[in-house]
Ligand binder design. Structure first.
Ligand code: SF4
Ligand code: SF4
Length: 153
């Protein structure tokens, strides 16, 4: 009886020391996590966030000509684009560029299909909300200047 009691204690201490060995080893290892939002993550070069519109360097307006190529290329029907010609312009500009990010698979077909390199992947990795609603109709025109007042229809 006493023998098995002592044996249990020794076995328990052995397990405890094994566990502590792992804990102590990890304590001195550099972690892979960051204390967001105080720290920001180091993203790999090819990281894909949601798509975003690329601005024209000189005007700041979206380079997008509202051709609809990305809309047709998207296999998940995530993109809605409407456009019009600003007064005096030869090409259209988007009046609406909405993304349903909840359906996006980040496949990149929209980026590849754009004839004027007007979309790219953002490096935004911290999209947070209590529901998916804000991400089901993201207005990508919010982040670029627009020749139309208000930037949307
Ligand atoms: S990355 Fe793919 S799924 Fe996402 S919007 Fe572009 S084409 Fe659609
Ligand atoms: S393919 Fe490019 S230019 Fe055409 S609507 Fe999409 S983002 Fe705009």
């Amino acid at each position: 009886m006493i023998k098995s009691y002592v044996r249990d204690i020794i076995t328990g201490l052995g397990s405890l020391l094994t566990g502590m060995k792992v804990t102590i080893k990890v304590m001195f290892t550099k972690g892979n996590t960051v204390e967001w939002p105080r720290q920001t993550a180091q993203l790999p070069e090819k990281f894909r966030g949601h798509i975003m519109l690329v601005p024209n360097e000189s005007t700041g307006f979206a380079k997008c000509i509202a051709c609809g190529s990305c809309v047709r290329a998207c296999p998940s029907n995530c993109i809605t684009v409407k456009g019009a010609k600003p007064e005096g312009a030869k090409k259209k500009s988007p009046t609406l560029f909405a993304l349903d990010f909840t359906k996006c698979s980040l496949c990149g077909l929209c980026v590849e299909s754009c004839p004027v390199d007007a979309i790219t992947f953002s490096r935004d990795y911290a999209l947070v909300d209590y529901s998916s609603k804000p991400f089901s109709a993201m207005n990508l025109l919010d982040d670029v200047a627009s020749p139309f007042s208000g930037g949307s229809e």
